[in-house]
Design a protein around this ligand. Structure first.
Ligand SMILES: Nc1ncnc2c1ncn2[C@@H]1O[C@H](COP(=O)(O)OP(=O)(O)OP(=O)(O)O)[C@@H](O)[C@H]1O
Length: 785
């Protein structure tokens, strides 16, 4: 390269062309198809590790250079998390620096960031007044949700009664009180939270919902309940002058309805590239396809490229994302011959690739088997077959002379180990030995232990805590860092209780936090605190409660005593001690306390503290103190402990997947015992499945029975979708490993992972189904201990 740069007869544009050629040559054949995109719609579906992010960044740089993109004509890249946006932006910038061209021909943004930019650019056209409104981060316990529920109950007494009645008839007054408390404080908040997000992202309007009025409904009229609660929420939000994150996307779409504004944006946008497109929703689709259209020729093909892997969709059971939209986009591109498949991946060793390919095929076959058992009508069966939530894909090794250094790394030992330790402590012992051996040989290796739940991360971290000192190996427990964001919310909950101890919900929420911190024992609080007064100040007329209840009561009483006895400026620090926070968490508590008192500027009362803290939480203004705010998940000589969900998009040399047990990885939706009077299902999940089905109807040419079927059938459907997502989660985890994938399912483990102390009772555990299938497929790699 240096030769031609120094050759004075070569012009700058020739040098640029040469550099672009090199960039292109360094892509694989499949990746080049993306880099050759010129206009129109294209879909790229790629196996894990195929280089989606890598080739997207290279393609962006080539397009920016070849089309002279600049601040007035930009390539827009949309991703789903801020960290992914930052990573892609850094890669593109580096290419542009190497190419010696300006860096303003592109923008990388999350969808919300993009929406905010549109709103801010046209403040006079926006109905949302971002300066006078409060942007809230919706949670199930948010006051707005509580208010919406209360209003809905007042306005819909008959519908409410039918829910209270449930399917288990019990008219006793105590039972009625209990049900009221559970509906109001448990079922409705979760229901409202999930349907609000689902409806908002569904792309459905209230008009769309009107058409379901005449259809048959289930006994609880779940869909109608969802829509009327949603309407109530909108009214309450409006009257409080609040907006939520999804309002911003709606508002950006509304602003773009204006033809002049649309023209400005469509002329500015060269094309839109969407990364992780399997996580898209109809609302997002609407915004980006508007931006990607040609203003002068609206019937022309959109300049839209979607890149994703449908088999890595792991957000659809807790957000409104749904891989089905990406699949449909791929189908459309296939017809137009603009579907690109990237099947070669250089990330992993061949044994890991074989395990991943086998797992995916097994998952798909299993799902089809289950689905066939659920045979509905013929037409439904056909639709379901078309919408199998696993894409047929096989990861292939890269060719010889691949541009990736050390592609498909080889090792003298197998790249897959399947262990069956005696119990979870034995698993830890094996993991410890293996890590020490790996890093003794080569300190440059990166290692991750991926688990299903944060409680398991914590257990692992506790059992590896001597590593930094004894073996000079760093331990990074990711969940622990993230728990810090919970600190202000937990403190607020306790303060609210201290302010109004007779509020049933405040008391219950506080008990849950004490429970989460392992300070008190988990129990059915609905029964115990039905009357807060009795619970807090029991009189001798009432029978002596159990020890565990007394313990909980003492904690609550000490909170109330602190309110009376401590100066207000000391309350937050006091709560940090009560909750037994550790050093880094306590530093965050101190920072929080300082921030609040600075804001209050002298007038410190409990009520004022609560008000300021609420504002801080709603505006997400508080940044906790963490060991490293950049959260470097992949580092040499470090063991990163995190959940499988968080691991998406990352890779490590060595990946450990311990505790692969069926009870935790079955994908069963857990229904709390207290809510069973409604039936053996989750009302929130029923509504989500129905809303999704209705939203799919917009793309299908016929009515989708799922939204009006009997609850039993809808529930079966919800369960299947959840199971499919759980399977995909394991697929994501498996495909993170480069050199070695170490899997285990111990024969004995705890029934409950929270707060595992020495000598906890262990019970027999069944391995999860995929683990058993892998054992059967690769018996020579199984180590029984
Ligand atoms: N053409 C290439 N030349 C060099 N390295 C490459 C090439 N393609 C991919 N890689 C490397 O392969 C690894 C995986 O790439 P990348 O992370 O882009 O894959 P991905 O498809 O986005 O993965 P995932 O599906 O897991 O998110 C990275 O280390 C990347 O640098």
């Amino acid at each position: 390269m240096k030769d031609y740069i120094q050759d004075s007869s070569i012009t700058n544009s020739q040098i640029l062309e040469k550099k672009l050629d090199i960039l292109l040559t360094n892509l694989r054949y499949e990746q080049k198809q993306l880099a050759h995109w010129k206009s129109g719609k294209m879909s790229v579906t790629a196996v894990p590790g195929a280089g989606k992010s890598h080739s997207l960044a290279t393609t962006a740089a080539i397009l920016i250079a070849r089309n002279n993109l600049n601040i007035n004509k930009q390539l827009v890249i949309v991703t789903y998390t801020r960290s992914a946006a930052m990573a892609i932006e850094a890669k593109i910038k580096q290419h542009l620096i190497d190419l010696d061209i300006s860096q303003d021909g592109f923008m990388v943004n999350t969808l919300h960031g993009l929406a905010l930019q549109i709103i801010n650019n046209h403040p006079n056209f926006s109905k949302l007044n971002l300066t006078n409104s409060t942007l809230i981060n919706l949670t199930p316990n948010h006051k707005i949700i509580e208010n919406s529920i209360d209003k809905w109950i007042d306005n819909n007494p008959l519908h409410y009664q039918s829910l209270l009645k449930g399917v288990v008839i019990n008219e006793s007054r105590t039972e009625q009180l209990r049900r009221k408390s559970i509906l109001r404080n448990e079922i409705f908040p979760r229901f409202a939270y999930s349907i609000i997000r689902e409806i908002k992202s569904s792309g459905l309007t209230l008009k769309d919902f009107e058409k379901i009025n005449d259809r048959k409904h289930d006994n609880y009229q779940t869909l109608l309940l969802a829509v009327s609660l949603y309407k109530q929420y909108k009214t309450v939000m409006k009257s409080s002058n609040f907006i939520d994150y999804d309002d911003m996307i709606h508002e950006a779409i509304n602003i773009l309805d204006d033809s002049d504004i649309r023209q400005v944006w469509q002329q500015k946008v060269f094309a839109v590239f969407e990364d992780e497109a399997q996580d898209s929703s109809p609302l997002q689709e609407k915004l980006i396809s508007t931006l990607a259209s040609d203003h002068n020729n609206p019937t022309f093909e959109v300049n839209l490229v979607k890149v994703g892997d449908p088999n890595q969709a792991i957000n659809s059971t807790f957000t409104a994302a749904d891989p089905i939209y990406f699949n449909w986009f791929c189908e459309a591109c296939k017809k137009d011959k603009t579907l690109v498949k990237m099947n070669q991946a250089g990330r992993s060793n061949i044994d890991i690739i074989n395990a991943a390919n086998f797992s995916l095929k097994w998952m798909r076959d299993e799902w089809i088997k289950k689905q066939t058992n659920l045979k509905n009508s013929f037409s439904e069966q056909q639709t379901l077959e078309k919408n199998i939530p696993f894409h047929v894909q096989e990861i292939k090794l890269v060719d010889k002379n691949d541009p990736q250094v050390n592609a498909n790394p080889q090792s003298s030992n197998p790249g897959l180990e399947i262990h069956i330790p005696q119990d979870i402590y034995h698993s830890i012992k094996l993991i410890r030995q293996k890590i020490i051996t790996i890093l003794r040989k080569n300190r440059n290796q990166s290692i991750a232990i991926l688990v299903r739940e944060n409680t398991q991360s914590h257990f692992l971290a506790q059992n590896l805590k001597d590593f930094p000192e004894k073996y000079k190996i760093s331990i990074y427990e990711v969940g622990k860092q993230n728990q810090f964001s919970q600190i202000p919310k937990d403190i607020l909950t306790l303060l609210k209780f201290m302010d109004r101890p007779h509020s049933l919900s405040y008391l219950k929420n506080s008990l849950k936090i004490l429970e989460k911190q392992n300070l008190i024992i988990k129990q059915d609080w609905n029964k115990i605190i039905m009357n807060p007064e009795d619970f807090l100040y029991s009189t001798s007329l009432l029978s002596e409660p159990e020890k565990s209840v007394i313990q909980a009561r003492n904690y609550c009483r000490s909170l109330l005593k602190a309110k009376l006895e401590l100066p207000s400026y000391y309350l937050i620090a006091f709560l940090g001690t009560i909750l037994k926070y550790e050093s880094m968490e306590l530093a965050s508590v101190q920072k929080l306390s300082d921030t609040i008192y600075d804001e209050l500027n002298g007038t410190i009362t409990l009520k004022n503290i609560i008000d300021v803290l609420k504002k801080i939480i709603d505006l997400e203004q508080f940044e906790e103190i963490t060991e490293d705010n950049e959260q470097p998940y992949v580092r040499p000589n470090q063991v990163t402990i995190m959940t499988m969900h968080k691991s998406k998009g990352l890779d490590w040399n060595y990946v450990f997947l311990p505790f692969l047990h069926e009870d935790i990885l079955s994908g069963e939706i857990k229904i709390s015992a207290t809510s069973k009077f409604l039936g053996n299902f989750s009302l929130a999940e029923i509504a989500r499945t129905q809303i999704r089905a209705l939203s799919h109807e917009k793309y299908l040419s016929y009515e989708n029975n799922i939204c009006t079927n009997e609850i039993k059938q809808v529930w079966e459907q919800s369960k299947l979708l959840k199971k499919a997502e759980e399977y995909r989660l394991i697929y994501v985890a498996i495909t993170r490993a480069k050199n070695l994938l170490w899997m285990s399912a111990a024969q004995k483990g705890p029934s409950y992972w929270r707060n595992i102390k020495e000598k906890v009772f262990l019970q027999n555990k069944a391995p999860c189904l995929i683990f058993s299938a892998l054992m059967n497929k690769f018996p020579h790699l199984v180590v029984r201990h």
